[in-house]
Design a protein around this ligand. Structure first.
Ligand code: G6Q
Length: 536
């Protein structure tokens, strides 16, 4: 029987390890004590798997804390839950209440070419994706012969924009010549106007991406783009491609040059490695480079199944995050990549993390009485250093940080200026920030005191290429999933975005009522606000 909605969830709180961790949190490791951040500590508190190395000596953890976090991961059955997700169990649900009731199989999108039989459901999903990939390969080869198209516009929003856009920007160094990509996402008319005026419709493809095929912003922007193309003498049916679910309003062969499909078990924010990102990325980088992204993501998906937490980087990162969030009670997480190419990656992670784990009920529908997902934000370093780092060093809030760094740059172009390369300057700054935040600084001048003990970790890889980027994406996706598993929340729905959508449609009908003279349903609060806008 469903329990009362007001009943407080207790499973997470009742784990034995939670009590142990609470005790340990009363006296966390002090990184400011002379010698506490020793070379041995840095060496010992580092883990590596696949392409990546995670340095976490600058977190406020001890062996006891790590031991208890490992215990917590066992008690909360994190590995079993990850296996269930990757095998295709129905995990996107709230027990006993109407909910999405779906499998969560984004990992199968990158599984088909290496592991043909990972489990029945996952295998079916992987087979379906293989077909889409083959279609995409043929479509791209046909384009190669013609060389007619130099530009592609992706129209989509939320998960149909943020992940694909972040990946594209991250891999511009690998872009094929004469292949430019543009994005339209916002219903702000200026977003479409700014893009459309800069392309030649004759040489441009438009990929309209919407899983539901019914998103207001995307359908509006599609119509705007279609009109623009028709006015320029181009048949939109010959330039527009759709990526959508089978049977959605956008699954209409007459309106599109080609259609690619996604299934309901691919969540929007987890869809970048499906056709949602695939069409655009294969156009920009070539089909083989798209496959390299999938291969890198797949490798990290396998790492997420490793039972040893010290080799399972997504699980380790998830547990360090839980230590900071639930035991040291820090409210935010900054992801600070020391890579200009990762400019939009924090924005993607912001959606992926906050839409997944910004939840206040557990999977049985009970309100939780502990903290769930943190507020996630970030910008590339070193730029951020000249902006918000003042607060993260000396502000009254402690902001845990995950830095991302690479040994080599992407373009292979660098110069010695004053005896050091720019890559060396970049890495020096990254390491300096990590150490300064952890150790702090004493001073007789209160304004020059750095309190230190600001937890951070550094994720490192050799070079940001398509394979590594796939791994990076999967690392974060799986970290987020592990945290949701630990809190026993549903990381795969997004009810919290519905209310605003419904109210926006009601307000929109006030606008159309004005134009048509028809009566719209009254909405006094919105009318009062519109009245204020009319005064402008
Ligand atoms: C992501 C969310 C959301 C979604 C957009 C676009 O997980 O579900 O951001 O991706 O609302 O939805 P459509 O792809 O259906 O247009």
């Amino acid at each position: 029987m469903a329990q009362s909605q007001t009943q407080i969830n207790s499973s997470y709180r009742h784990y034995r390890a939670v009590n142990i961790l609470k005790g340990l949190a009363a006296n966390p490791y002090d990184l400011t004590v002379e010698g506490s951040l020793s070379p041995e500590r840095i060496e010992r508190f580092s883990a590596h798997a696949g392409e990546f190395r995670l340095l976490f000596g600058t977190e406020r953890v001890t062996d006891d804390v790590l031991h208890a976090l490992r215990e917590l991961s066992h008690e909360a059955k994190l590995l079993e839950k990850m296996e269930a997700m990757q095998r295709g169990d129905v995990i996107n649900k709230i027990e006993e209440f109407p909910s999405e009731n779906r499998k969560v199989l984004h990992t199968a999108m990158r599984d088909f070419f290496l592991h043909p039989n990972p489990g029945k459901e996952a295998s079916k999903a992987a087979e379906a994706e293989k077909k889409e990939c083959e279609k995409l390969k043929d479509f791209m080869s046909a384009l190669e012969g013609k060389e007619t198209y130099t530009d592609l516009i992706q129209i989509g929003i939320g998960g149909s924009d943020l992940g694909p856009r972040a990946l594209y920007i991250a891999l511009k160094a690998f872009q094929k010549p004469n292949r430019n990509v543009h994005f339209i996402s916002n219903v702000d008319p200026d977003d479409a106007a700014a893009v459309l005026r800069n392309v030649d419709p004759k040489r441009t493809l438009v990929v309209v991406v919407s899983k539901s095929g019914s998103t207001l912003e995307t359908l509006t922007n599609e119509e705007i783009a279609r009109k623009y193309f028709e006015e320029a003498g181009c048949s939109s049916a010959k330039h527009f491609i759709s990526v959508t679910s089978k049977g959605s309003p956008m699954d209409n062969k007459e309106r599109y040059l080609a259609s690619f499909y996604m299934e309901d078990y691919i969540g929007g924010r987890y869809s970048a490695t499906s056709m949602v990102g695939g069409v655009m990325l294969a156009f920009a980088l070539g089909y083989d480079q798209f496959l390299n992204i999938l291969k890198g993501a797949h490798e990290m998906d396998r790492i997420a199944l490793n039972p040893n937490m010290m080799e399972n980087l997504p699980m380790l990162s998830a547990m360090l995050g839980i230590w900071n969030r639930n035991f040291l009670h820090h409210q935010t997480l900054a992801v600070l990549p020391y890579s200009q190419a990762l400019l939009r990656f924090p924005a993607h992670l912001q959606q992926c993390n906050m839409e997944s784990n910004g939840k206040r009920i557990d999977k049985e529908g009970h309100p939780v009485d502990f903290d769930t997902g943190p507020i996630v934000w970030g910008e590339p370093g070193t730029n951020g250093q000249h902006s918000f780092y003042q607060l993260i060093h000396q502000g009254t809030n402690v902001v845990p940080i995950e830095f991302i760094g690479f040994r080599e740059n992407q373009y292979g172009e660098d110069r010695n200026v004053q005896e050091t390369t720019s890559q060396e300057k970049l890495l020096s700054n990254l390491l300096a920030q990590s150490i300064a935040l952890a150790k702090g600084q004493r001073s007789d001048n209160p304004n020059k005191v750095f309190p230190g003990n600001r937890p951070n970790r550094i994720l490192l890889a050799k070079r940001l290429d398509p394979f590594t980027l796939g791994g990076l994406l999967s690392y974060y996706e799986n970290t987020i999933a592990f945290q949701g598993f630990c809190w026993n929340i549903n990381s795969f729905d997004q009810e919290g975005v519905q209310l605003g959508k419904v109210l926006a449609n009601k307000i929109l009908s006030q606008f159309s009522a004005k134009r048509t003279g028809k009566r719209a349903e009254r909405f006094p609060e919105a009318e009062a606000m519109l009245h204020q806008i009319d005064k402008l």
